[in-house]
Design a protein around this ligand. Structure first.
Ligand code: CU
Length: 136
C-alpha cells in the first residue's frame, strides 16, 4: 500500500514538472514570435533578387516604393540567401545619407527619415536593385 502511494506521489510530481515546463515554454515562444515580427520589416529583399529579372516586375525590394512620415523608421530585411545592401542614392551616384553595408541573409537595417522628400536607394552589389522611400 505504501509503495503504491509513493509511486502515485512520484508520478504526480513528474506530471507537475512537465506541466510547469510546458507553461514556462509558452512565453519564450511568444517572445520569438515578437522578434520575428520586429525583423519582418517594412521592405523585404526577396529571394533570387541577386540575379537580374526582379527589376522587370519592380520586385527587387518589396514594396519598391514605400511611403512614410518624418521621424518614422523604415526597416529592410534581407530574405534572400545572398548579400545585399540598402544604400542611398543611385548606383552611379550614391548619396551619403544611409548605407547598410553588406546585409547577411535574414539581417535587417533600419533608418529614420527626419526630413520629407523622395529618397532613392539601391544595392551596391546588384545595380538592378532599386527602391524609393517617400517621406511626407
Ligand atoms: Cu543586392
Amino acid at each position: 500500500m505504501l509503495k503504491k502511494i509513493t509511486i502515485l506521489g512520484i508520478s504526480v510530481v513528474i506530471i507537475l514538472v512537465i506541466i510547469s515546463y510546458s507553461i514556462s515554454d509558452n512565453p519564450t515562444e511568444k517572445n520569438n514570435d515578437e522578434l520575428q515580427l520586429i525583423v519582418k520589416g517594412d521592405v523585404v529583399m526577396p529571394s533570387k533578387v541577386s540575379r537580374p529579372g526582379c527589376e522587370e516586375m519592380d520586385r527587387c525590394y518589396v514594396p519598391s516604393i514605400i511611403t512614410t512620415e518624418t521621424g518614422k523608421q523604415v526597416t529592410w530585411v534581407n530574405e534572400d540567401s545572398a548579400f545585399h545592401s540598402v544604400t542611398s542614392g543611385f548606383y552611379d551616384a550614391p548619396s551619403d545619407l544611409f548605407d547598410s553595408g553588406y546585409l547577411d541573409p535574414s539581417e535587417s537595417f533600419a533608418f529614420t527619415f527626419t526630413e520629407s522628400g523622395t529618397y532613392d536607394y539601391f544595392c551596391t552589389l546588384h545595380p538592378w536593385m532599386k527602391g524609393q522611400v517617400i517621406v511626407e
